[in-house]
Structure formats: structure tokens, C-alpha cells
Write a protein that binds this ligand. Structure first.
Ligand code: PGA
Ligand code: ZN
Length: 405
């Protein structure tokens, strides 16, 4: 197996026009991997630090002065060794020196270089079977609110959850829901200019309940007309409107009991199958109450509460907090750290949902990760080049397993 001969970092921009880091890893076998790191807006408190204190400029300087000399010569088949070296160069518990986004871009670029050298797709290189029998559900944002859409609902994401089908049908179903949501918004707000939020979902001046009505109606329409399995989902990103032990919606304030009751009601009334961050990020016991109440009907997914960290998932397992965990590489900074969390989830019967960030890049490798991790879902949005790139990669992986014709 060949070795790393060079790594390079450069400044690029994400889908929000914010600076981030792209990495290139080159091997002496002639393979090159290139990957950029996405960024969140509703970041969890326990994520690693995305950039060094000096920002992208400092990350680039360190790339040349500290990282490049340290990783040259490392074997391309040793992901854990490469990622351990990134931790060693960083020397902090949360990538504060080199930045979690620098580590993410390098770690993924390294994996992509290895896959190139092996002449297989990244999913396969990371251990996916040649012909997967099940595929991650497409978890696609149709209507944005919260931090991703000023002027929209408090709930951050209204989602089409398209499961149990081929990549083709799942993508088709989720996109059809997005379209139907847009048509219904236009019907209800005929003189209003509709916009799109950070993740490509619609933005409109509607409240939470009206948005849920529209989403559930759109899912039902697609089920009836296309006979595809697609159901409503939400990511509340509840930490964003949690203050002083209460959940502050624009029109009312709920305490924990009220919030748990509200969640139970909407899951039943709208047939929600995907429920992400329903409570604040420190609410392990509250999450357990939600999971006990609705976990048999839907995925209860922890994002900000776990931030992909294995030790936080362990706490969640002890307290029976959720039946699913969101996986974002740059919350922990390397593929090896991510894989450790995925392995613990798998061994414990907790589903994984592999996710984009609200500021993302037109790269498809996230779909490879979702397939390699055997994830229950690929959360990647639906519209905009940076979202479609991931859907199209999922379609490519699906097509590669079909018999040639
Ligand atoms: P973020 O949002 O990328 O802004 O953190 C996505 C999410 O909360 O799932
Ligand atoms: Zn989330």
C-alpha cells in the first residue's frame, strides 16, 4: 500500500458564502483525494471547535508548518493512524489548535485518496457490501424555520422521510413532497414571494402548526399519487429556543411537561416518523420520556445532545434517551472518531442518521458514509447543488448495484 506524499489546504466557501477549508491528500501511488468541510449554524455546545482562533488563515498556516510534515509518509491504508496523527499535531481535546473542520477535510480527503487507489467508491472502501440490501432513508428538508430561515416557523426543519425503497424511489418521493409543499404554500399565500432557506427548504411566514399541516398534506398526496412511502419528520433544534428551563415559541412558552405533551400530540396527529432534537441538548432524561412515549412510532434522533461524541452517546444509552443518533463528521473532526460512535450505536441497537450541515459543499461523499455506516437515514436536504450532489451520489451507489442493461 502506498503512502501519503503531500497534503495541501486551501480556503474555499460553503453554501452560505462562509469561509471553510478544503484538503487535498496525494499518495505516492498517484491517487488524490479532495474534500471540504461543512459548517453548522445551530451548532451543539459539545462539538469540537470548527476553526482555530485565527480562523481559516491560521488553519492554512498550520497546514503547511505543522500538519504536512507530520503526515508525510503515513500509510494510505491506515485511517486510524492518520487521524491519530491529526490529534497529536492538534494536542487539544477539541481540535482547538488546528480546527475540527481542518481535521474533517483532511480525514475525508485521505479516505477518498485511498478509495481512488483501490479503484472502488468510498462506500465500498469503508466496508459497505458490494450489493447493499437496504438503503438509508432520504431525510429531506422541505420547509425551513429557526436559525435557517428568518421569518419562518420556530421549528427548524420540516422533513420528508422517504424510507424502505430504492435510492431512486426515495429521492423521487422526497422531491415530490418538496414540490407539493411549495404548491400548497403558493396556494395559501398567493401574493407572497416564497424563498428558500439555508438547506434548500421553503421559507414562508407560517407558524409551526400550519407548517405541519402543509407537510403532512404533501406527504399524503405523494403517497396517494405515486404510491411511495414518505412520511413527515421534524428537527426542532429545540436548544435554539430553550431559555430558563422553558421552550419559547413565538406564540407560547412550554415547560418540560408541556413540551413532552406537545411532541406526543404532533407525532400522533401528523404521523411523524422522524423526530430530531425535540428537547434541549442537556435533557438526557427528558429525551428518555419522549422516547418512551413515541419511540415505537418514530425515530427519536439526538443531534445537539450527542454531537456525534461516543461518551455522550454512552450517557444516552445509560439513560435510554433515544433510539437514534445523528452523525456529523465535523462535530468530532475525524472519520475514526465518527466510526467509533457509529460502532457503539450499532452494537447498542441505536440507529444512525448520517447528516450534512446547513452550510455545505457540492460534494457527494456523505452518501458514501451513510451507506458504509449502514445508516437508517441520509439527511442531506433536497435542493441546491450542495444537497443534490449527495442525492445524486446515493443514486450512483444504487445504480452501481443494479445488473447492467
Ligand atoms: P446545522 O443544522 O448544520 O446548522 O447544525 C443542521 C441540523 O441541526 O441538523
Ligand atoms: Zn439537528
Amino acid at each position: 500500500m502506498s503512502r501519503v506524499t503531500d497534503v495541501r489546504l486551501r480556503r474555499i466557501y460553503d453554501s452560505r458564502g462562509k469561509e471553510t477549508v478544503e484538503a487535498t491528500v496525494v499518495s505516492d501511488g498517484g491517487a488524490t483525494g479532495v474534500a471540504g468541510a461543512p459548517s453548522g449554524a445551530s451548532t451543539g455546545t459539545h462539538e469540537v471547535q470548527a476553526f482555530p482562533n485565527g480562523g481559516v488563515a491560521t488553519a492554512l498556516e498550520l497546514g503547511t508548518s505543522a500538519i504536512r510534515p507530520a503526515v508525510r509518509g503515513l500509510a494510505l491504508d491506515d485511517q486510524a493512524g492518520f487521524d491519530a496523527k491529526l490529534h497529536e499535531v492538534d494536542g487539544t481535546p477539541n481540535f482547538a489548535r488546528i480546527g475540527g473542520n481542518t481535521a474533517t477535510a483532511l480525514s475525508v480527503a485521505f479516505a477518498l485518496a485511498r478509495a481512488k487507489e483501490q479503484e472502488v467508491d468510498l462506500a465500498r472502501s469503508l466496508g459497505a457490501p458490494a450489493r447493499p440490501t437496504t438503503w438509508p432513508a432520504v431525510v429531506g428538508n422541505c420547509l425551513n424555520g429557526g436559525r435557517h430561515a428568518i421569518g419562518g416557523p420556530d421549528i427548524q426543519e420540516f422533513i420528508a422521510f422517504a424510507a424502505n425503497a430504492s435510492p431512486n424511489d426515495e429521492v423521487r418521493a422526497a422531491l415530490a413532497v418538496h414540490r407539493a409543499v411549495g404548491e400548497e404554500l403558493h396556494r395559501r399565500l398567493p401574493t407572497h414571494a416564497l424563498g428558500r432557506g439555508d438547506e434548500g427548504g421553503w421559507v414562508a411566514p407560517v407558524g409551526n402548526v400550519e407548517a405541519l399541516d402543509i407537510l403532512a398534506g404533501a406527504c399524503a398526496k405523494v403517497r396517494d399519487e405515486l404510491h411511495l412511502s414518505v412520511h413527515p419528520g421534524v428537527d426542532l433544534a429545540a436548544s435554539e429556543f430553550f431559555r430558563g428551563n422553558e421552550y419559547h415559541y413565538r406564540d407560547r412558552t412550554l415547560d418540560l411537561d408541556g413540551q413532552v405533551a406537545f411532541l406526543g400530540e404532533i407525532v400522533d396527529r401528523y404521523g411523524i416518523r422522524y423526530l430530531e432534537d425535540p428537547l434541549d441538548q442537556e435533557e438526557f432524561d427528558g429525551f428518555a420520556r419522549v422516547t418512551a412515549a413515541v419511540g415505537s412510532k418514530c425515530l427519536v434522533v439526538g443531534d445537539d445532545i450527542y454531537t456525534t461524541r461516543r461518551e455522550r452517546l454512552r450517557t444516552g444509552l445509560d439513560r435510554k434517551s433515544s433510539n437514534a443518533i445523528l452523525i456529523k463528521v465535523n462535530q468530532v473532526g475525524t472519520l475514526t472518531d465518527t466510526l467509533a460512535t457509529v460502532a457503539l450505536a450499532k452494537a447498542s441497537g441505536v440507529a444512525t442518521v448520517t447528516s450534512h450541515r446547513s452550510g455545505d459543499l457540492p460534494e457527494g461523499w456523505l452518501a458514501d458514509l451513510a451507506v458504509a455506516f449502514g445508516s437508517a437515514g441520509l439527511k442531506c436536504g433536497l435542493l441546491g447543488g450542495e444537497r443534490v450532489a449527495k442525492l445524486n451520489e446515493l443514486l450512483r451507489l444504487g445504480a452501481a448495484t443494479e445488473a447492467p442493461h
